[in-house]
Design a protein around this ligand. Structure first.
Ligand code: GLU
Length: 473
């Protein structure tokens, strides 16, 4: 495929939460634009007024920005093709419909939803693909006008040309062919006067100068209809690429149970945007780099020709892998913000920074920090089962000696650990495991020296003594 520069767009309907598949579509549009030196437009497809509202839109924009996407035109930034909310483009859509009517390529349809349903059922029962039977296609113009004048409401349908083949080269799936005889005349304007998806979407892509449309596979069969509309209107057609669905590991549609919540939920859960980007760029796309990619370098490793034609499967373990890497790589400032007031108790900014440096390798999500805050700040800590048995195994004498030596080397963990080793003959895990169990109440965790520095010599001594008392002799 040509390398652009592509003008792409992401065109969500703000009717529900943005799921992972949508987020991937958005990211791929952003990357296809940036990797070709082009740009992305954000257009909001909110003609379904009943289900679109400002609060949803605000959340959508904030989640997309949070993910790190960049658009040069959109409802919040404006641009030369404004407005960017389809609900505000009604007059543009209406003139396209009027133009098609003038050309004899559109006609009013008075069929009620019930009539359409019955016709559809009959076609399916007869083993035929359901498509509009053409009931209103031949109504004389005067008859239609009279019914409208009498107050009947009508949708408007596009007259699909008979006997043609629509061909296009899908950027992901390759050559596509659709026979127009399989496509029924479709609605381009609803009975309430608003533009139907096929029309608004295609007319706006052309009007906004979009050159590449990347969207979900579920729209593949819509593309021939949209190409016919654009051709009839004499408008330029973009290239289309249809991205395969993102499915649950077993192949079912994705659901929350798979850990694949909406983008917003993942954000609330504490996923970092870089983790999601690194995960999504590899979801159905053979990224040319296996290691962590900074958002700025991602376009260089993105190539649509390496995107898969088959469905991608969500893998929560992979997403968590990237989350771990993202946490390790995040700046101190990012982590302070990420952890928020969970670490207030640790103290002033310097202490919080030291704390974050000590524990970051052990965090995947913000709540993971809570037991570690307790280790650094509480006078008493809870001891988990593994730690309890490590303490019992080491026995009271070990802790009596360790405490005794700590009184001589308070605050210098490394020097102390050396003398405890020399004194008790323990080393490696045999030394550090029981120390860790007593000092943190856990058998796994961050490096001990900085953590002990944060808890301070008094707390450390108290915990060693408590372990000595607790240990079974
Ligand atoms: N609003 C449509 C959707 O969310 C856009 C489809 C497209 O990208 O063309 O599915």
């Amino acid at each position: 495929m040509s390398t652009g520069p592509h003008v792409t767009r992401f065109a969500p309907s703000p009717t529900g939460a943005l799921h992972l598949g949508n987020a991937r579509t958005a990211l791929f549009n952003d990357l296809a634009a940036r990797s070709s030196g082009g740009r992305m437009i954000l257009r909001i497809e909110d003609t379904d007024a009943a289900r679109s509202d400002d609060a949803r839109l605000a959340r959508l924009l904030s989640d997309l920005r949070w993910l790190g996407l960049e658009w040069t035109e959109g409802p919040d930034v404006g641009g030369p093709h404004a407005p960017y909310r389809q609900s505000e483009r009604a007059s543009i859509h209406a003139s396209a419909v009027a133009r098609l009517a003038e050309l004899g390529l559109a006609y009013p349809c008075f069929c009620s939803p019930d009539e359409l349903r019955i016709a559809r059922r009959a076609q399916l029962a007869a083993g035929r693909p359901p498509r509009y039977a053409g009931t209103c296609a031949a109504l004389p113009t005067a008859t239609a006008a009279a019914r409208i004048a009498a107050g009947a409401s009508a949708a408007v349908r596009f007259r699909v040309p008979a006997g043609r083949i629509v061909e296009f080269e899908d950027v992901v799936h390759g050559a596509q062919r659709f026979a127009t005889d399989d496509i029924g005349d479709f609605v381009i304007q609803r009975a309430d006067g608003s533009a139907a998806f096929f029309l608004g979407n295609a007319v706006d892509d052309a009007g906004m100068g979009v050159t590449l449309v990347l969207r979900g596979d579920d729209h593949l069969a819509n593309t021939p209809r949209q190409l016919l509309l654009l051709e009839a209107l004499g408008l330029p057609a973009p290239r289309y690429g249809h991205l395969p669905l993102v499915l649950a590991p077993g192949g079912a549609p994705l659901s929350k149970r798979d850990g694949a919540a909406s983008l917003h939920d993942l954000r609330e859960q504490g996923y970092l945007p870089g983790a999601l980007q690194n995960y999504l760029v590899r979801l159905g796309h053979a990224c040319s780099h296996d290691e962590w990619l900074e958002p700025d370098s991602m376009p260089r490793h993105f190539d649509l020709s390496r995107s898969s034609r088959s469905a991608a499967h969500f893998d929560e373990a992979q997403l968590r892998h990237w989350q771990r890497v993202a946490v390790v790589r995040a700046s101190d400032g990012e982590l302070l913000e990420w952890l928020g007031n969970r670490i207030d108790r640790v103290g002033d900014r310097d202490r919080r920074l030291a704390f974050v440096a000590a524990v970051r390798g052990n965090l995947v999500f913000p709540p993971d920090v809570e037991p570690l805050v307790a280790v650094a700040c509480e006078s008493t800590i809870s001891i988990d089962e593994d730690a309890r048995s490590a303490i019992d195994t080491a026995g009271p004498e070990f802790y009596r000696r360790a405490a005794e030596l700590w009184r001589r080397h308070p605050g210098d963990f490394r020097a102390w650990a050396r003398v405890v080793a020399a004194d008790t003959g323990r080393k490696g895990a045999g030394l550090y495991m029981p120390l860790r169990a007593a000092l943190t109440g856990m058998t796994h965790g961050p490096e001990l020296a900085p953590l002990v520095a944060l808890m301070g010599p008094e707390r450390a001594l108290g915990r060693l003594e408590a372990a000595g008392e607790r240990a079974v002799a």
